[in-house]
Design a binder for this molecule. Structure first.
Ligand SMILES: NC(=O)c1ccc[n+]([C@@H]2O[C@H](COP(=O)([O-])OP(=O)(O)OC[C@H]3O[C@@H](n4cnc5c(N)ncnc54)[C@H](OP(=O)(O)O)[C@@H]3O)[C@@H](O)[C@H]2O)c1
Length: 285
């Protein structure tokens, strides 16, 4: 087995590295400096010299939903690059894994989205991810496209870290309660992805932590856990007038993967508990 990780310094990449190191598995980790996945020449050269991977796990994503509204970089990272890597994976018969988002949906549903639901993205970010999903699955049959939501982990910036920072500077916070999905711990995403990958049942899957939360619920949980003494208020998405539209409800149903693996994914509260422990161990809390 020979595994390639791209975008390995991000949240998910960091936790894949940890998972593979702890299991003494051989992997090659690359981030922007070693392998810029939007540079086709770099990809050509890299795969000319490294053409015997059994697995390629792409952890790169353009995640700035608002910034994505300007220009086309989101399409390079979320659509074109995964397509190109899927083509290389096909040439070497390697399993290809890439990630997508709950933001491919418009949020008009009020029960969790399943894999068969029809996407209708509201933003350029969502459109780029939806296009990436389709092109990858059309390009190479040994591909996994895994949708996740509201990712947080030690290896990058995320909403939990923002809440922790705000809590140090302010004694009143207003957080939106009209965006609902599931916060997902990148440790759990890496672990369940790896279990899924080993089944070789290729295709589209949802992996998120169990349970449902608004941004307000998520912030409240984090702030209570750290014993913040300030006041938490509710806000509405319209109050912030952000460039990109977000789905109001984008909880993904993960039962397809849970049934396949015969295992429940932990709750988002359990994910946050372990994340805060990790922050403490790292001296970041
Ligand atoms: N974060 C979320 O809330 C969320 C939600 C749903 C789905 N997802 C998807 O889940 C996957 C993992 O997300 P994540 O939060 O772990 O992402 P992340 O923390 O932003 O990590 C992405 C990594 O890729 C690197 N990178 C950026 N451009 C690159 C390039 N051209 N070539 C090679 N590496 C590059 C980044 O470097 P720099 O940091 O230097 O740019 C970073 O180290 C992505 O596909 C993402 O779209 C994320």
């Amino acid at each position: 087995m020979k595994i390639l990780l791209t975008g390995s310094n991000g949240q998910l990449g960091h936790d894949f590295q940890k998972l593979f190191s702890n299991s003494n598995m051989k992997y090659i980790s690359t981030d922007y400096q070693e392998l810029n996945i939007i540079d086709n020449n770099e990809l050509e050269n890299f795969f000319k010299n490294n053409n015997d991977f059994t697995h390629i796990i792409n952890c790169v994503g353009y995640n700035d939903v608002d910034e994505a509204q300007n220009g086309d970089k989101t399409f390079l990272l979320n659509e074109k690059a995964p397509q190109k890597i899927a083509e290389f994976a096909k040439k070497m018969n390697a399993i290809f894994v890439t990630y997508s988002t709950d933001f491919v949906f418009d949020g008009r549903k009020n029960i969790p989205y399943i894999e068969e639901d029809i996407p209708n993205p509201l933003s350029k970010y969502g459109i780029s991810k939806q296009k990436g999903e389709k092109i990858v699955l059309d390009t190479w049959r040994k591909s996994f496209v895994i949708r996740t939501s509201w990712l947080f982990g030690i290896g990058g910036n995320n909403f939990n870290k923002q809440v922790l920072n705000w809590s140090k500077m302010r004694d009143k916070l207003n957080i939106v309660d009209d965006q609902v999905s599931a916060p997902t711990y990148s440790v759990d995403l890496a672990e369940f992805s790896w279990k899924l990958i080993q089944t070789e049942k290729f295709g589209l899957y949802h992996i998120t932590n169990d349970g449902i939360a608004s941004k307000y619920d998520q912030a409240k949980y984090v702030l209570e856990k750290i014993g913040w003494k300030g006041t938490l208020g509710r806000a509405k998405t319209v109050d912030f007038n952000l460039p990109a539209k977000r789905p109001a409800y984008s909880k993904l149903d993960s039962s397809k993967v849970e049934k396949l693996l015969g295992e429940k994914i932990p709750t988002w509260q359990s994910g946050i508990d372990r994340f805060l422990e990790e922050m403490k161990e790292n001296g970041e809390l």
